[in-house]
Design a protein around this ligand. Structure first.
Ligand SMILES: [Fe+2]
Length: 168
């Protein structure tokens, strides 16, 4: 089925996000478990709770536009999670591993921020105010999660550990 209207595009975006969030609910516990830094671990655990809400909102949004629960797989998120798992499997210095984990997690957040920005705009264009509101809520939480990761990464963690070791 091709795209015949913006609503078709919105539906495709929501279906993709539904798959992305489903995959993330399975991946985030592994990332939390792999984190060495306590603040980072808590950030992943907190975002897992939020991700359950994101999944619920994606289902609500699909039902608002009269679409059923999708079965397709978001290949973008699949690839990002595979990269995250690759980072986890490498092992090594705890702080360096956490830095790699943050890099993988921020790729995920930025992917989602882009997708929710698109879905939000399409919902607005199509006059689905309630869907726009749902997308706004999730978009805000994804942005906050990204900012928290930046804060953890720039809060002295790298300077104190990884860089110091690199100069020895
Ligand atoms: Fe999310």
């Amino acid at each position: 089925m091709g795209f015949h209207s913006l609503k078709d595009v919105l539906q495709e975006q929501l279906e993709d996000l539904h798959s992305a969030e489903t995959q993330l609910t399975a991946a985030l516990p592994k990332m939390a478990q792999a984190a060495h830094d306590e603040e980072l671990q808590k950030a992943f655990e907190h975002h897992l709770e939020e991700t359950h809400d994101h999944l619920r909102r994606s289902k609500e949004a699909l039902s608002e536009i009269g679409a059923s629960t999708p079965t397709g797989v978001c290949q973008g998120m699949k690839g990002l999670i595979a990269e995250g798992e690759e980072m986890i499997s490498k092992g090594g210095d705890p702080m360096a591993c956490d830095a790699a984990l943050i890099g993988a997690a921020q790729r995920v957040e930025h992917y989602e921020i882009a997708a929710y920005g698109t879905a939000r705009q399409l919902a607005d264009d199509c006059g689905y105010d309630s869907v726009k509101e749902l997308m706004d809520q999730t978009l805000d939480e994804e942005s906050q999660a990204d900012k928290l990761l930046t804060k953890i990464a720039t809060g002295g963690m790298f300077k104190a550990g990884v860089n110091q070791k690199a100069t020895v």
